[in-house]
Design a protein around this ligand. Structure first.
Ligand code: FMN
Length: 310
Protein backbone atom coordinates (compact mmCIF):
# COMPACT_ATOMS: atom_id res chain seq x y z
CA UNK A 1 0.00 0.00 0.00
CA UNK A 2 1.37 3.41 -0.96
CA UNK A 3 1.93 5.91 1.82
CA UNK A 4 -0.54 8.88 1.88
CA UNK A 5 1.02 12.25 1.02
CA UNK A 6 2.11 14.18 4.11
CA UNK A 7 -0.66 16.43 5.49
CA UNK A 8 1.84 19.25 6.00
CA UNK A 9 2.84 19.35 2.35
CA UNK A 10 -0.81 19.46 1.31
CA UNK A 11 -1.63 22.26 3.75
CA UNK A 12 1.35 24.35 2.65
CA UNK A 13 0.64 23.92 -1.06
CA UNK A 14 -3.06 24.85 -0.61
CA UNK A 15 -2.07 27.91 1.46
CA UNK A 16 0.52 28.98 -1.14
CA UNK A 17 -1.94 28.55 -4.01
CA UNK A 18 -4.53 30.57 -2.10
CA UNK A 19 -1.98 33.33 -1.41
CA UNK A 20 -0.97 33.43 -5.05
CA UNK A 21 -4.56 33.60 -6.30
CA UNK A 22 -5.45 36.33 -3.76
CA UNK A 23 -2.40 38.45 -4.55
CA UNK A 24 -3.11 38.20 -8.29
CA UNK A 25 -6.71 39.27 -7.66
CA UNK A 26 -5.72 42.18 -5.40
CA UNK A 27 -3.03 43.38 -7.83
CA UNK A 28 -5.42 43.12 -10.78
CA UNK A 29 -8.05 45.10 -8.86
CA UNK A 30 -5.50 47.76 -7.88
CA UNK A 31 -4.22 48.12 -11.46
CA UNK A 32 -7.72 47.94 -12.94
CA UNK A 33 -9.18 50.53 -10.58
CA UNK A 34 -6.26 52.98 -10.83
CA UNK A 35 -7.59 54.89 -13.89
CA UNK A 36 -11.01 55.27 -12.24
CA UNK A 37 -9.38 56.54 -9.04
CA UNK A 38 -7.26 59.08 -10.96
CA UNK A 39 -10.34 60.23 -12.88
CA UNK A 40 -12.38 60.58 -9.68
CA UNK A 41 -9.60 62.59 -8.01
CA UNK A 42 -9.44 64.89 -11.06
CA UNK A 43 -13.22 65.32 -11.08
CA UNK A 44 -13.24 66.09 -7.36
CA UNK A 45 -10.44 68.64 -7.73
CA UNK A 46 -12.15 70.34 -10.68
CA UNK A 47 -15.45 70.39 -8.75
CA UNK A 48 -13.72 72.12 -5.84
CA UNK A 49 -12.16 74.66 -8.19
CA UNK A 50 -15.66 75.48 -9.49
CA UNK A 51 -17.07 75.59 -5.93
CA UNK A 52 -14.37 78.11 -4.96
CA UNK A 53 -15.26 80.12 -8.08
CA UNK A 54 -18.96 80.15 -7.13
CA UNK A 55 -19.77 78.18 -10.29
CA UNK A 56 -20.93 74.88 -8.82
CA UNK A 57 -23.54 73.91 -6.24
CA UNK A 58 -22.87 70.36 -5.01
CA UNK A 59 -26.51 70.10 -3.88
CA UNK A 60 -27.97 70.51 -7.35
CA UNK A 61 -25.28 70.40 -10.06
CA UNK A 62 -23.95 67.29 -11.78
CA UNK A 63 -20.62 65.84 -12.90
CA UNK A 64 -21.53 66.82 -16.47
CA UNK A 65 -21.77 70.45 -15.27
CA UNK A 66 -18.21 70.14 -13.92
CA UNK A 67 -16.82 69.11 -17.32
CA UNK A 68 -18.77 71.83 -19.15
CA UNK A 69 -18.01 74.72 -16.78
CA UNK A 70 -14.37 73.80 -16.27
CA UNK A 71 -13.81 74.52 -19.97
CA UNK A 72 -14.03 78.24 -19.10
CA UNK A 73 -10.68 78.04 -17.30
CA UNK A 74 -7.13 78.26 -18.62
CA UNK A 75 -4.48 76.38 -16.69
CA UNK A 76 -1.40 78.53 -16.10
CA UNK A 77 1.85 77.89 -14.27
CA UNK A 78 3.05 80.87 -12.25
CA UNK A 79 6.59 81.58 -11.10
CA UNK A 80 5.74 82.48 -7.49
CA UNK A 81 8.89 84.51 -6.88
CA UNK A 82 8.58 86.65 -10.02
CA UNK A 83 4.82 86.64 -10.54
CA UNK A 84 4.87 85.78 -14.25
CA UNK A 85 3.49 82.86 -16.29
CA UNK A 86 5.77 80.24 -17.79
CA UNK A 87 5.11 79.33 -21.42
CA UNK A 88 5.75 75.78 -22.67
CA UNK A 89 9.42 76.43 -23.48
CA UNK A 90 10.05 77.99 -20.08
CA UNK A 91 8.24 75.08 -18.45
CA UNK A 92 10.43 72.55 -20.29
CA UNK A 93 13.56 74.45 -19.27
CA UNK A 94 12.66 73.96 -15.59
CA UNK A 95 11.74 70.31 -16.11
CA UNK A 96 7.93 70.56 -16.35
CA UNK A 97 6.82 68.72 -19.50
CA UNK A 98 3.07 68.92 -19.08
CA UNK A 99 1.34 71.84 -17.33
CA UNK A 100 -1.85 69.82 -16.79
CA UNK A 101 0.03 66.98 -15.12
CA UNK A 102 2.13 69.34 -12.96
CA UNK A 103 1.46 68.82 -9.25
CA UNK A 104 2.83 71.57 -6.99
CA UNK A 105 2.48 69.36 -3.89
CA UNK A 106 4.69 66.72 -5.51
CA UNK A 107 7.11 69.49 -6.56
CA UNK A 108 7.81 70.23 -2.88
CA UNK A 109 9.59 66.85 -2.75
CA UNK A 110 11.93 67.99 -5.51
CA UNK A 111 14.83 70.26 -4.43
CA UNK A 112 15.04 71.89 -7.88
CA UNK A 113 11.34 72.76 -7.95
CA UNK A 114 10.89 74.03 -4.39
CA UNK A 115 12.45 76.16 -1.66
CA UNK A 116 12.94 75.34 2.00
CA UNK A 117 10.98 77.93 4.02
CA UNK A 118 13.06 77.40 7.16
CA UNK A 119 11.77 79.48 10.07
CA UNK A 120 9.70 81.71 7.77
CA UNK A 121 6.88 79.20 7.45
CA UNK A 122 3.61 80.43 9.04
CA UNK A 123 1.50 77.86 7.17
CA UNK A 124 3.81 75.01 8.31
CA UNK A 125 4.29 73.56 4.86
CA UNK A 126 8.05 73.03 5.08
CA UNK A 127 8.90 73.63 1.44
CA UNK A 128 7.25 76.02 -1.02
CA UNK A 129 6.91 75.07 -4.70
CA UNK A 130 8.65 77.57 -7.01
CA UNK A 131 5.81 77.21 -9.50
CA UNK A 132 2.08 77.07 -8.83
CA UNK A 133 -0.73 75.84 -11.07
CA UNK A 134 -3.55 78.41 -11.18
CA UNK A 135 -6.88 78.45 -13.00
CA UNK A 136 -7.89 81.62 -14.83
CA UNK A 137 -11.27 82.57 -16.26
CA UNK A 138 -11.00 85.44 -18.71
CA UNK A 139 -13.76 87.84 -19.69
CA UNK A 140 -14.76 88.53 -23.32
CA UNK A 141 -11.96 91.11 -23.60
CA UNK A 142 -9.41 88.48 -22.55
CA UNK A 143 -8.83 90.02 -19.12
CA UNK A 144 -8.75 87.83 -16.01
CA UNK A 145 -12.18 87.80 -14.43
CA UNK A 146 -11.56 85.11 -11.81
CA UNK A 147 -8.35 83.47 -10.63
CA UNK A 148 -8.49 80.28 -8.60
CA UNK A 149 -5.42 79.79 -6.43
CA UNK A 150 -4.46 76.49 -4.79
CA UNK A 151 -3.69 76.95 -1.08
CA UNK A 152 -2.40 74.60 1.60
CA UNK A 153 -1.39 74.80 5.25
CA UNK A 154 -1.32 72.80 8.46
CA UNK A 155 -4.53 72.61 10.52
CA UNK A 156 -4.70 70.72 13.81
CA UNK A 157 -4.22 67.15 12.56
CA UNK A 158 -2.64 67.53 9.16
CA UNK A 159 -2.30 69.56 5.97
CA UNK A 160 -5.44 71.23 4.65
CA UNK A 161 -5.68 71.68 0.86
CA UNK A 162 -8.06 74.10 -0.82
CA UNK A 163 -8.70 76.79 -3.40
CA UNK A 164 -9.19 80.55 -3.01
CA UNK A 165 -10.80 82.59 -5.79
CA UNK A 166 -10.27 86.31 -6.32
CA UNK A 167 -12.34 88.61 -8.52
CA UNK A 168 -10.95 90.77 -11.32
CA UNK A 169 -9.64 93.41 -8.88
CA UNK A 170 -7.32 90.67 -7.53
CA UNK A 171 -8.50 91.77 -4.12
CA UNK A 172 -12.12 90.77 -3.46
CA UNK A 173 -12.58 87.14 -2.45
CA UNK A 174 -15.16 85.36 -4.58
CA UNK A 175 -15.08 82.07 -2.69
CA UNK A 176 -13.09 79.35 -0.99
CA UNK A 177 -13.20 75.55 -0.89
CA UNK A 178 -11.35 72.78 0.91
CA UNK A 179 -10.96 69.34 -0.65
CA UNK A 180 -8.54 67.43 1.55
CA UNK A 181 -7.80 67.60 5.28
CA UNK A 182 -7.60 65.49 8.43
CA UNK A 183 -9.66 67.75 10.73
CA UNK A 184 -12.33 66.25 13.02
CA UNK A 185 -15.90 65.91 11.67
CA UNK A 186 -18.18 68.33 13.53
CA UNK A 187 -15.21 70.44 14.69
CA UNK A 188 -12.38 71.45 12.34
CA UNK A 189 -14.02 69.72 9.36
CA UNK A 190 -16.74 72.38 9.47
CA UNK A 191 -14.40 74.50 7.29
CA UNK A 192 -16.00 72.56 4.43
CA UNK A 193 -19.53 73.68 5.27
CA UNK A 194 -21.14 76.08 2.77
CA UNK A 195 -22.31 78.41 5.58
CA UNK A 196 -18.76 79.05 6.84
CA UNK A 197 -17.27 79.19 3.38
CA UNK A 198 -19.91 81.78 2.40
CA UNK A 199 -18.61 84.19 5.04
CA UNK A 200 -15.48 84.67 2.89
CA UNK A 201 -17.41 86.07 -0.08
CA UNK A 202 -16.83 89.78 -0.67
CA UNK A 203 -13.98 90.06 1.84
CA UNK A 204 -11.03 92.20 0.73
CA UNK A 205 -7.61 90.53 0.71
CA UNK A 206 -5.46 93.67 0.90
CA UNK A 207 -5.51 97.13 2.41
CA UNK A 208 -4.66 100.22 0.36
CA UNK A 209 -0.93 99.64 0.94
CA UNK A 210 -1.05 96.11 -0.42
CA UNK A 211 -0.72 94.47 2.99
CA UNK A 212 -2.78 91.34 3.63
CA UNK A 213 -5.87 92.63 5.45
CA UNK A 214 -7.79 89.49 6.33
CA UNK A 215 -7.60 86.31 8.41
CA UNK A 216 -9.71 84.24 10.79
CA UNK A 217 -10.44 85.50 14.32
CA UNK A 218 -11.22 83.37 17.37
CA UNK A 219 -14.98 82.69 17.34
CA UNK A 220 -16.93 85.57 18.85
CA UNK A 221 -14.16 88.16 18.57
CA UNK A 222 -15.27 90.14 15.54
CA UNK A 223 -12.61 92.01 13.62
CA UNK A 224 -13.44 94.10 10.61
CA UNK A 225 -12.82 92.30 7.29
CA UNK A 226 -11.80 89.13 9.16
CA UNK A 227 -13.75 85.88 9.22
CA UNK A 228 -15.26 84.61 12.45
CA UNK A 229 -13.56 81.33 13.46
CA UNK A 230 -15.41 78.09 14.16
CA UNK A 231 -16.43 77.55 17.81
CA UNK A 232 -14.58 74.62 19.37
CA UNK A 233 -12.16 74.54 16.43
CA UNK A 234 -9.86 77.45 17.15
CA UNK A 235 -6.79 75.51 16.12
CA UNK A 236 -8.14 74.56 12.69
CA UNK A 237 -9.41 78.14 12.23
CA UNK A 238 -5.94 79.46 13.08
CA UNK A 239 -4.41 77.04 10.57
CA UNK A 240 -6.74 78.38 7.85
CA UNK A 241 -5.90 81.96 8.85
CA UNK A 242 -2.17 81.28 8.60
CA UNK A 243 -2.49 79.60 5.22
CA UNK A 244 -4.60 82.41 3.76
CA UNK A 245 -2.15 85.04 4.98
CA UNK A 246 0.83 83.06 3.70
CA UNK A 247 -0.57 82.48 0.21
CA UNK A 248 -1.83 86.07 -0.20
CA UNK A 249 1.53 87.38 1.00
CA UNK A 250 4.90 88.08 -0.63
CA UNK A 251 5.98 84.45 -0.38
CA UNK A 252 2.76 83.32 -2.03
CA UNK A 253 0.69 84.85 -4.83
CA UNK A 254 1.17 88.57 -4.09
CA UNK A 255 3.76 89.22 -6.82
CA UNK A 256 1.47 87.46 -9.33
CA UNK A 257 -1.69 89.25 -8.17
CA UNK A 258 0.08 92.63 -8.28
CA UNK A 259 1.11 91.88 -11.86
CA UNK A 260 -2.42 90.82 -12.87
CA UNK A 261 -3.92 93.93 -11.24
CA UNK A 262 -1.49 96.08 -13.17
CA UNK A 263 -2.40 94.24 -16.39
CA UNK A 264 -6.11 94.73 -15.59
CA UNK A 265 -5.50 98.44 -15.04
CA UNK A 266 -6.98 98.16 -11.54
CA UNK A 267 -5.50 99.68 -8.42
CA UNK A 268 -6.19 98.84 -4.80
CA UNK A 269 -7.15 102.46 -4.07
CA UNK A 270 -9.41 102.93 -7.11
CA UNK A 271 -13.06 103.89 -6.66
CA UNK A 272 -14.14 100.71 -8.43
CA UNK A 273 -12.15 98.49 -6.10
CA UNK A 274 -13.27 100.48 -3.05
CA UNK A 275 -16.89 100.14 -4.09
CA UNK A 276 -16.68 96.38 -4.62
CA UNK A 277 -18.93 94.26 -2.45
CA UNK A 278 -16.95 94.12 0.78
CA UNK A 279 -17.91 94.71 4.39
CA UNK A 280 -14.47 96.22 4.87
CA UNK A 281 -14.08 99.94 5.51
CA UNK A 282 -13.34 102.09 2.47
CA UNK A 283 -9.82 101.57 1.30
CA UNK A 284 -7.49 104.56 1.52
CA UNK A 285 -6.95 107.07 -1.24
CA UNK A 286 -3.39 106.60 -2.35
CA UNK A 287 -1.61 103.39 -3.06
CA UNK A 288 2.05 103.80 -2.30
CA UNK A 289 3.55 102.24 -5.40
CA UNK A 290 6.95 102.02 -3.72
CA UNK A 291 5.55 99.43 -1.38
CA UNK A 292 4.17 97.30 -4.16
CA UNK A 293 6.22 94.47 -5.58
CA UNK A 294 7.74 95.40 -8.95
CA UNK A 295 5.36 94.20 -11.61
CA UNK A 296 6.64 91.47 -13.85
CA UNK A 297 5.51 91.30 -17.44
CA UNK A 298 2.97 88.51 -17.69
CA UNK A 299 4.19 86.50 -20.61
CA UNK A 300 0.85 85.32 -21.85
CA UNK A 301 1.62 82.01 -23.47
CA UNK A 302 0.45 81.36 -27.01
CA UNK A 303 -2.99 79.84 -27.25
CA UNK A 304 -1.35 76.54 -28.17
CA UNK A 305 0.54 76.48 -24.92
CA UNK A 306 -2.47 77.41 -22.82
CA UNK A 307 -3.74 74.42 -20.95
CA UNK A 308 -7.38 73.60 -21.36
CA UNK A 309 -7.63 70.68 -19.07
CA UNK A 310 -10.08 68.07 -20.21
C1 FMN B 1 -11.01 64.27 19.83
C2 FMN B 1 -10.84 65.74 19.62
C3 FMN B 1 -10.79 66.24 18.34
C4 FMN B 1 -10.60 67.61 18.11
N1 FMN B 1 -10.55 68.08 16.84
C5 FMN B 1 -10.33 69.39 16.62
C6 FMN B 1 -10.23 69.91 15.31
O1 FMN B 1 -10.37 69.21 14.30
N2 FMN B 1 -9.95 71.23 15.17
C7 FMN B 1 -9.79 72.06 16.25
O2 FMN B 1 -9.51 73.24 16.04
N3 FMN B 1 -9.93 71.60 17.49
C8 FMN B 1 -10.19 70.29 17.71
N4 FMN B 1 -10.30 69.84 18.97
C9 FMN B 1 -10.33 70.81 20.07
C10 FMN B 1 -8.96 71.39 20.38
O3 FMN B 1 -8.22 70.48 21.12
C11 FMN B 1 -9.13 72.71 21.13
O4 FMN B 1 -9.79 72.43 22.35
C12 FMN B 1 -10.00 73.68 20.37
O5 FMN B 1 -9.41 73.92 19.12
C13 FMN B 1 -10.12 74.99 21.10
O6 FMN B 1 -11.16 75.70 20.46
P1 FMN B 1 -12.06 76.77 21.26
O7 FMN B 1 -11.07 77.73 21.84
O8 FMN B 1 -12.95 77.39 20.20
O9 FMN B 1 -12.81 76.00 22.28
C14 FMN B 1 -10.47 68.47 19.22
C15 FMN B 1 -10.52 67.96 20.51
C16 FMN B 1 -10.70 66.63 20.72
C17 FMN B 1 -10.74 66.10 22.12
Amino acid sequence: MSKPKSNNTKTISVALTLCLVCSVLVSAAAVGLKPAQVENARLDRNKNILVAAGMFDPASDTNEDVAERFKDFDVEIVDLNKGNYLDDDALKSVGIDDRNAYDASQATKNQALSDDLGANDPASIGRKPKYAKVYVKNDDAGQPELVVLPIQGYGLWGTIYGFLTLESDMNTIKGISFYEHKETPGLGARIEEPEWRATWSGIHSYDENGNVATGVTKAGNPKENWIDGISGATLTSRGVSNMIQFWLGEQGYKPYLDALREQNGKKLDSAEVQASQSPYKKLGQNLNQQQMHPVTELTKATSASHGKEA
